[in-house]
Design a protein around this ligand. Sequence first.
Ligand code: FES
Length: 496
Amino acid sequence: MTQLLSLSRSARLAGVTRAEIQRRIRRGELTTFEGEIAVSDLLRVFPQVSLDNDDALERVQRIKAMALPRSHDADTVLPSPEVLRSRLKGMGEALAAKVSALDAAHTLLDDVEARLAQLGQAPTQAGLQADIRELADWLAQSHQALTDRTTLDREAQLLAKDNFLRLMAASVKLIPSGRDFFVEGDESILEASVRAGLHLAYGCASGNCGACKARVVSGEVRKIRDHDYPLSTREKEMGYMLACSNTAVTDLVLEAAEALSVDDIPPQEIRATLQGKEMLDGDLISLHLQTPRTQTLRFMAGQRALLTLEDDSAAELPIASCPCDARNLRFLVRRRPDRPFAAAIFGDQVRPGHLVLIQGPVGRFVLDETATAPAVFVAFGEGIAPMRGLIEHGISLDTIESFHLYWQAPGDASPLSLEQGRWCRALQDALDNFTLTPLPHADTQEILARLLADHPEPGGRRFYLAGPRSRIEPLAEALRNHDVAADRLSMEFLED
Ligand code: FES
């Protein structure tokens, strides 16, 4: 019997990205059966798969340590997380051993059936007796081999590990899109989907609006917080629940509304509070706005929002923070005495507590989620702000082959450069498919030469450019002249 695993589970067990699994499938090295991979195939392609004590196990152990010591049953005293972990691991291995033995017994039965079917074909009585003796010997040996199985074979070990991970993280498959993600610990289904870079419909993220209503097609959920939004009896009977207020107990199939493009995200209007202004250099301020507890801004990484101050001055700016924390929004504001909004931000009147109207999101500078090709990002100055969102989103999605960021920083010693430099170094340490190339004082021709040296066939790459129009347009033109198609080039223009 062939044991199958989803792409996400295969990637997690093999310790590689989903992009790597998909690449192997495209090359024909791995075969899929209705979107799943056979355990034996996975072990053949990744013979080095670690079956014990790897990072994934360490990580789930940490999650479990945080999530476990809560019992809703006062009479139940849970053992320590370490004891539970050992017991679960032991049970998983025992179960996998039984499944493996059962599979082997099935295979043996099939072989016996095939051999019996051939028995009557011997031409003489003596030949028949010889065949029967041979069959009896073979059966005795096979039976003995089955009985002697004392250790788990590699397939069974992999299944044991998968069973253990299943206990720690449930997989959720969305229909109709077919996308999937893991819910870890007791986080909400909505939180887990945003962390995975998906765009489930939602509004308040706190059980008030009902926008995250979704139908459980199979599997079991558990409510993790009370919610004010009332689900009707009929809706409950049909399996509807709120994704922001429930976690997954078992693997789920969920029918849910998803935004597949920026056009699917509704325009929103939120009155947020200014939490702080951080001076990044003499001419650049990072604004931190916080939305009310019952309202979050739903947007895709890379998009912009229109900010209006109490004096009606306004500016449309890239959102320099992650959709995964949509209550806390950050924006970079450059000093411009001729712009009332920037002048107000750099002045004394706008202080923490000031109300700011946020309208949006707007803009189409978002990640091309269908492109798995290596992605190249070129940022000038604070063009790094939307770029950071795109890269983090791409990493969450885990479908892009590699990331190469070129950045012309405003100045080596500026706090913006230092902070982004720390972020880049953290990515380089954590990912083997992320590269940073600084572009100190390079002009368009020098940048192009560098890009072509690193990516000799730019037509096969996906480009994202962000910065002043005067820097972006000549570079985009040069790339188009080197066979980069228009639909492989996304641009975000910031003010010069
Ligand atoms: S997002 Fe509003 S109820 Fe879930």
